[in-house]
Design a protein around this ligand. Sequence first.
Ligand code: PRP
Ligand code: MN
Ligand code: MG
Length: 180
Amino acid sequence: MHNDIQQVLIDEEQLQNKIREIGRDLTEEYKGRFPLVIGVLKGALPFMSDVAKRFDDHLEMDVMDVSSYGSGTVSSGEVKIIKDLDTSVKGRDVIILEDIIDSGVTLNYLISMIQHRGAASLKIVTLLDKPEGRQVELVPDTAGFTVPDEFVVGYGLDYAEKYRNLPYIGILKPEIYKGS
Ligand code: PRP
Ligand code: MN
Ligand code: MG
């Protein structure tokens, strides 16, 4: 375990078991439909990579990068597109993959955008759900794990761009982020 981690919340085996299950379910639902799988940079990268490997048919992958206006704990609710999709979503069966839903602001924006652009269907799959963080009403179609209102990192989730490469989800020691 990394020295900055206080506690492992979800270990590598639990993560991979859940991802295999999610991949199986998505395969069953989308087989033969060539879904467009969208990963939200950068946190969703490990999850997207692993879920895609468990999807047993053709799929198309795209990524987009967005940022909430203004940092800090209280989000303005406005989202800016840093990198848009390369692919048109019109008429497509779209699956959005996220590492975590916290306030819900990021996904709330992406959902309206993708619906507005004319997707045939849209499914929200998140590895982690932190319902206590919600500022807008949003319930994912699939959530791998529900996490408490703690500073979780790893498997895509960062603090100051670090820890994304951990193969597990852990709680960061408070001394690492205190004073920031
Ligand atoms: C994090 C996380 C989600 C989003 C969830 O991304 O990866 O995308 O915040 O928060 P919300 O539900 O409150 O909108 P972040 O904006 O930190 O970018 P990153 O993925 O590059 O770390
Ligand atoms: Mn993100
Ligand atoms: Mg981040």
